[in-house]
Design a protein around this ligand. Structure first.
Ligand code: THU
Length: 136
């Protein structure tokens, strides 16, 4: 049921990136989150003129999932880069610190994080990208 490859998840993140609303930074990000039950939740960054209310693609996807009752996750794929860079030339984009902390709220250290592009995937775990995370 939840047999998605890194390539498939990165492809869905790339497609979600096309919905990014980033008129201030010009940096577009898409994410695709895989639930343990096989559900997929996509997200994109959504900026705001007041800057503070902006949200990253990863948190967009996670908050969509949690708000729909899904709290257990296997993996997230992230694709980001400047709006003028052709999709096939995008360099890997890594999740910001705030998004890593939000992942840590819901995910175990073995949660998979796929970066890069469908053709050039990179794979990390949350434990690698956020060691010794804060928690209560
Ligand atoms: N951004 C994300 O969507 N995810 C990240 O992990 C890092 C940054 C967004 C926020 C902002 O809209 C733009 O990329 C530039 O920082």
């Amino acid at each position: 049921m939840s047999n998605f490859s890194s390539k498939q998840l990165l492809q869905k993140a790339l497609e979600a990136r096309r919905n990014a609303y980033a008129p201030y930074s010009g940096y577009l990000v898409g994410a695709c989150l895989l639930g343990k039950d096989g559900q997929l939740f996509t997200g994109c960054n959504i900026e705001n003129a007041a800057f503070g209310p902006s949200v990253c693609a990863e948190r967009c996807a996670i908050f969509k999932a949690v708000s729909e009752g899904c709290r257990n996750f296997t993996a997230i794929a992230i694709v980001g880069g400047p709006k003028d860079t052709p999709e096939e030339d995008l360099a890997p984009a890594y999740p910001c610190g705030v998004c890593r902390q939000v992942m840590a709220e819901f995910c175990e250290p073995d949660f998979q994080i796929y970066c890069g592009t469908p053709e050039h995937p990179e794979r990390y775990t949350l434990g690698e990208l956020l060691p010794k995370s804060f928690g209560l």
